[in-house]
Design a protein. Sequence first.
Length: 365
Amino acid sequence: MRITESIRSSKRSPLLQVAKSAIATAAAWLLAGWLIPGPPPIFAAIAALLVVQPSLNQSLSKAIERSVGVITGVVIASLLGLALGGANWVILLSVVCALFIAWALRMTPGTSNQVAISALLVLALGAATPNYALDRIPETVIGAVIGIIVNMLIVPPVAVAPARVSVDALGEELAASLERLAQALQHVQTAPQLQGLLIEARLLRPMRDAANTAIAAGAESLALNPRGRRHRQELAAMQAQLELLGPIVAQVIGMTRALADRYDPSLASEPAIRAIAEQLRRAAHDVRLLLWRGREGTERAAAPETGRESTGMYRGADEASTVAALTAPLMVAAPSADHWILIGSLLEDLHRIHEGLQEGIRGER
């Protein structure tokens, strides 16, 4: 690992996030300094800086973490300072005690660090100042509250768009995998081609996981968010789509694995293969249709608020393209003895794909 990877991110934080952190820190410093005269309001500034997070839910969590950590650290430092004085070894002892007490209370790593840092700062900076320790508690609360307010009032973050991108990317790649599988069934394949097909199919798993992560991040960004109301329905629709696409991902990978394991060049001449390939292409069409209907429903719901018309990808297409193509389970004649295991496996997975897509498309109507 290069040294720069530990200090540099692959992408910058949003500039708005940086600006909000700066505003919250400055506001906390000024307000706390005005309300609590005395030493510089370091604890308020640190609290505000830490509390401004990518989501309001994370901001609230950081506020609680920071406040609990400071209160616990202040109590530990005050007791040790009263009992043992303010010598350097007492400061070190306070840090050690803070870490072990936080461990005994099963605090999170972040809260444990806050306890130790607060105990250290209280004894190191406030030994000569009366009431320094107690004043740090309201000072920290002021900073945490200001951080939450700034994050809430200045364009509260909403992470729904990345979830839409991830779900659409998964659906498009899933449709493409179905089409590639159909193509492979009808044409003679080499061993490297089959391995490449399997690798491409397996890449659907990390895409599915990425979509799950993006939806979870979107849901977290809507918690406690005043802008979240109009986006919750959209996110719920994406979650429903992902729940339908997830099993199909597993079935496509299984079908591709079965083809790679049991492939025979004579497979393309099997009468049932052409019908199976056609059904796979129809399934790919219906996956894209499912995504389109989800976007159309979201845009229609948002139209009264935004004043924009729906702009689906099927606009201007013929009527057949907006109707489910995989309308009935496939029935084929008995395959030859050489291929019946593979064809039976493909038919079983195709039947499950059919059921999943039919359920999803009926639900979108």
